[in-house]
Design a protein around this ligand. Sequence first.
Ligand code: V47
Length: 361
Amino acid sequence: MVLTSRTIIERKVEEGRRLTFEDGLALFQEGDLLWLGGLADMVRRRKSGDTVYFVRNRHINHTNICKNRCVFCAFSRSEGEEGAYSLSLEEIVEKATVSAAQGVTEFHIVGGEHPGLGFDEVKEMIARLYEVAPHVTLTAFTASEIAHFAGSSGLSVEEVLLELKAVGLSSLPGGGAEIFAQRVRDQVCPSKISAEEWLEVHKKAHRCGLPTNATMLYGHVETVEERVDHLVRLREAQDETGGFQAFIPLSFHPANTRLSHLLSPTGVEDLTMVAVSRLLLDNFAHIKAYWIMLGLKLAQTALHFGADDLEGTVVEEVITRMAGGVTDGEMSVHELVREIKAAGLVPVERDTFYNTVRVYE
Ligand code: V47
């Protein structure tokens, strides 16, 4: 009997065997969303059962001043440009204090690569946040920002990571990965660190005892081959260190960017991306459906296409809003719980490290 690529993939997934690069391409090309979703859902169930996670968190985007000015980004500004901002330490602490009092367990802090922001100021920010809210986990700075701090301070990446860890940093978010293929980076983020550097910062963070996440910004100028290449490279890095906690596919928002002539990914493309991520990233425990970028209804649907995490309450988010994002910045726990239950799954509030805080039976 001659087996079709579909049957071969089904068998591999059922038996828990690793999919190849070519299998990844076939998943994108198959064009049968429910078949794909069914396979990804099988893997999600195997890994997480009925559990869907969320975290009570607050995002803080401390500055939009950035030397990179990536083509896909509506958030960044140059110093002195209209709309440029940099929150003072007092403003950051004020936001954090309010959210800590409301019960958040994680601050997620990312910003632009501000040429005038010294590493001492960055360290002071983390130290002050740790001082005012020691029980709130600090997830901060993309690999790109970490490399920028190393460049501006003259310290090595390891020294930057260890100094930040010493004053309270607990983990790194997954932003700034974009698409690893250099062809795409040359077009959309020519000033940003390379894929190799991004991966190196994450592997170094893992070796310093800092878990991290990983992302992929899809739906602009990349090909399907380049998406699969990105996922396979992440899988290889995870084989080496095991330090990635979650993968978050980020759906491109073109408004107010220099790619505003492009259309954003459709719902089918978004669900396909979630499902293929779940199937290829066999060594990642969690796939997040980031409701800020998918919209809450599609994020809920994605829970049946491989995702097991809705990210969190977020509170305030600027990067997607500037690029035409339509969701409100804040989601209540009540609403997240309702969406997960309505999907027939069990909401579990987690901390940054996926320890259970509360199960909502
Ligand atoms: O680094 C920028 C991307 C990222 C656009 O680690 C855009 O748990 C879409 O990384 N359209 C920030 N995406 C968000 C991020 C993230 C979010 C939630 C959870 C986690 C996590 C990480 O958003 C940026 C960049 O890659 N981005 N501009 C845009 N126009």
